[in-house]
Ligand binder design. Structure first.
Ligand code: PLP
Length: 407
């Protein structure tokens, strides 16, 4: 099989060619390949009209949006396009979803959230406590911040209606056992809600295969413009009713898309799917012509590349004596690494890295319970986070490590 060529892929990204910074803040948002930028520009130039009208550009944009919906369903491994809705971002979609799930619950029903997750998949569910729903917390185990399905089992009971957890921690990169945990929740009769936001740039989702009932991800972390996607599986799709305007569509998925969507972002996301197909076809010629096979091939190549980068970051931090959090090796994690200088606060380290032209994040990354409570980093001000994706190269990592060595 032809090898994955990171240099070839990097040349497709205007921001990487410009090279203003060594970009290691990918968990906050990814860069866009040229084909995505071109598709957005073309959509704005020729298709800045609303969907659903009789004239040609409106018919085209409607068809385009629905084609991307169908491809998004295939990308997710969903049953079909009717199970996929677009929205502005994952947080807004989870908020809408949680309110609708809340309408289907009664006081005394129970739900489970985690203290590993980004709070986008925690706080909207915790808000249901105001309706008398009992909210339990599934805690990651020390020392590595891993979720265990056995611990979830202890939290389930006859009134558990939903378990919400992440497929990958945006702070530690840790990947919980999704299929196993989903099976445990399902066996107890609970709906399974999975946050795919941090996982989606690193592994091809498989919602139906894993028995997930609801999920969100953010295409803007998967090399597309700012956009959110909601998945509603067959068990929940027609059971939930989002808040509705009088003349708005009553049925899923359109009922979940109130107001006008960012059509240019949806069209840009379609081009990001092409970008992943292109990589898949390059690393496995046999995959050309079958999109899901091409995405699978792309993600396999991406995983190998990212594991190598992750190992380089971990070894480098250890050699420099930085404190790091999460799993010690490259298994069961993404190439997202949280760490601290032995003495300097994360904000100071991130600022020094910025001066050296290296872009990272610092703080709690909205995984507040995890970083501040479970890891106990309140007084330290959280942690520094470096996150790599498929276009990150060894030179990016070396620039990070060299700048850290100077601290
Ligand atoms: C794991 C995870 N979940 C949810 C979110 C929120 O996504 P959005 O910005 O699309 O609302 C993020 C954003 O960083 C994230 O990393």
């Amino acid at each position: 099989m032809p090898a994955y060529q990171v240099d070839r892929v990097r040349r497709r990204f205007a921001a990487l060619r410009a090279g203003e910074v060594r970009y290691l803040d990918n968990a906050a948002g990814a860069q866009l390949p040229d084909r995505v930028i071109d598709a957005v520009g073309e959509a704005l130039a020729a298709l800045q009209v609303n969907v659903g009208a009789a004239y040609a550009p409106s018919r085209r944009v409607t068809a385009h949006k629905e084609a991307v919906r169908a491809r998004t369903a295939a990308f997710l491994g969903a049953e079909g396009p009717g199970n996929v809705a677009f929205g502005p971002n994952a947080t807004t979609l989870v908020t809408l979803l949680a309110r609708s799930v809340g309408d289907a619950l009664t006081a005394g029903d129970e739900i489970v959230v985690t203290s590993l997750d980004h709070h986008a998949n925690v706080d909207p569910w915790r808000a249901l406590a105001a309706r008398g729903v009992v909210v339990r917390t599934w805690r990651p185990r020390a020392p590595f911040g891993t979720l265990h399905a056995d611990d979830l089992r202890e939290l389930l009971g006859p009134r558990t209606r939903l378990v919400a957890f992440t497929a990958a921690s945006n702070a530690l990169g840790t990947r919980p056992p999704v299929a196993e945990s989903a099976a445990v929740a399902r066996d107890a009769g609970a709906w399974v809600m999975v946050d795919l936001v941090h996982a989606a740039p690193h592994e091809l989702p498989d919602v139906a295969g894993m028995g997930i009932d609801m999920a969100v991800f953010s295409p803007y972390k998967v090399f597309a413009p700012h956009l959110g996607v909601l998945y509603l599986g067959p068990k929940v799709r027609d059971r939930l009713t989002p808040p509705k305007l009088a003349f708005h569509a009553a049925d899923a998925p359109n009922a979940w898309e109130p107001g006008t969507q960012s059509q240019e972002a949806i069209i840009g996301w379609g081009a990001a799917l092409d970008h992943l197909v292109e990589i898949g076809s390059e690393v496995d010629e046999a995959a050309a012509g079958d999109e899901r096979a091409a995405w699978r091939a792309a993600y396999a190549a991406i995983a190998a590349h990212e594991d190598a980068l992750c190992g380089r970051i971990l070894r480098g931090l250890d050699a420099l004596g930085y404190e790091r959090y999460g799993l010690p090796g490259v298994e069961e994690r993404t190439a997202t690494v949280a760490f601290n200088h032995p003495e300097r606060p994360p904000g100071v380290v991130a600022a020094a890295l910025a001066d050296a032209g290296v872009a990272v994040a610092a703080g709690h990354f909205y995984a507040f319970d995890l970083v501040m409570r479970e890891l106990g980093l309140v007084e330290r001000g959280g942690a520094v986070r470096a996150s790599a994706v498929h276009y990150t190269d060894a030179a990016d990592v070396d620039a990070l490590l060299e700048a850290l060595a100077r601290l």
